[in-house]
Design a protein around this ligand. Structure first.
Ligand code: SF4
Length: 335
């Protein structure tokens, strides 16, 4: 395995690989923490000089009533937590764009929109989605959509509307997947990712820890992600937020250092991807978040709410980033 030492830290020294084995990933994930952090920092400083963090803002456009049975999700109609009573913005293009403008004014440079759907529906709702994407792009923000499975035609229309990135998480390992979701397969997931890629849209694809999976499962998930060629441009790392009314409601909060390990390993495996600290950040505490930034997390969701769970306050985030001495990347770069 290639190991960088300090004198080698240059952008040219970064090695991109797509042939990782689960054993190699597990060896990284279980390394003594100081060694893992050191290697992750070397890779991060070489691949992404300057410790810049992207602020992404997330809005739920269509909340709840989803046909899928994801065990962690309060929006699934299979779970008693289903929160479909919340107002929907599916036709409210201007309202969504007002949220995007406010996010931009608060410092975000990426605006992510979520639809709790099994798959994208054609018709007026899709037309509204396309208008939202174009409107967000016209503001100079990156636009990301998460809305389930899609067809080649829908992917192509989203690309034409200017969509920067499509989020579709693998969630967990292929081996553990059926314990978490039964209404679609891992293969369905990978096919959707391929459709997105073929349309020329960036991939935002990551997973969740703390759902009862083993270290082997975490290694296997990271291995699948790291062997996608090219790597997903954005890799969200989530910790389960156990919500009452979901099958995972009784699971305890993940150890913050487990998140640090996931972030560091993802950084080493996918040197140039944006590693996004996502759900569960509120439970991490300030010091663990700073360790995640040091280990190579270079994007955070910013704002008071994620899709259905709360997120640290904007002011607390600004203070945290200032204390860590990282810069916010404000230029809306194509990923
Ligand atoms: S995670 Fe997404 S696909 Fe799964 S139930 Fe929730 S909204 Fe539906």
């Amino acid at each position: 395995m290639t190991v960088l030492v300090a004198k080698d830290v240059t952008p040219e020294s970064v090695v991109l690989r797509y042939d990782w084995t689960v054993e190699q990933v597990r060896e990284l994930l279980e390394r003594p923490l100081m060694d893992l952090l050191w290697q992750a920092q070397l890779v991060h400083r070489a691949a992404n000089p300057g410790y810049r963090v992207q602020l992404a803002s997330l809005l739920s456009v269509k909340t709840g009533g989803c046909q899928e049975d994801c065990a962690y999700c309060p929006q699934s109609m299979h779970n008693s937590s289903d929160n479909q009573g919340q107002p929907e913005l599916v036709f409210q293009v201007q309202t969504v764009l007002e949220h995007a403008r406010a996010a931009k004014e608060a410092g975000a440079d990426r605006f992510c929109m979520g639809w709790a759907w099994r798959e994208i529906r054609d018709g007026t709702q899709f037309e509204a989605m396309l208008a939202m994407v174009s409107g967000v792009r016209e503001m100079g923000l990156e636009a990301c959509v998460t809305a389930g499975m899609l067809t080649d035609e829908q992917a192509s229309q989203l690309a034409d509307a200017g969509l920067t990135s499509y989020n579709h998480n693998l969630d967990t390992s292929p081996e553990y997947y059926e314990q978490i979701i039964t209404t679609r397969t891992y293969h369905d997931r990978l096919e959707t990712l391929q459709r997105v890629r073929s349309a020329g849209i960036s991939l935002c694809c990551g997973g969740i820890i703390g759902m009862g999976e083993s270290i082997e499962d975490r290694s296997s998930l990271l291995c699948v992600l790291a062997n996608i060629n090219p790597h997903p441009e954005s890799v969200p790392i989530n910790a389960l937020v156990a919500v009452e009314g979901t099958p995972l409601e009784d699971l305890s909060t993940v150890d913050p250092l487990e998140m640090v390990r996931m972030v560091a390993t993802a950084r080493i495996l996918m040197p140039r991807s944006r590693v996004r600290l996502s759900a569960g950040r509120e439970q991490l505490g300030r010091e663990a978040q700073i360790l995640c930034l040091q280990a190579g997390a270079d994007s955070i969701f910013y704002g008071d709410r994620l899709l259905t769970t709360s997120n640290p306050h904007v002011e607390a985030d600004r203070e945290l980033l200032a204390q860590a001495g990282v810069q916010v990347s404000c230029e809306a770069t194509e990923e």
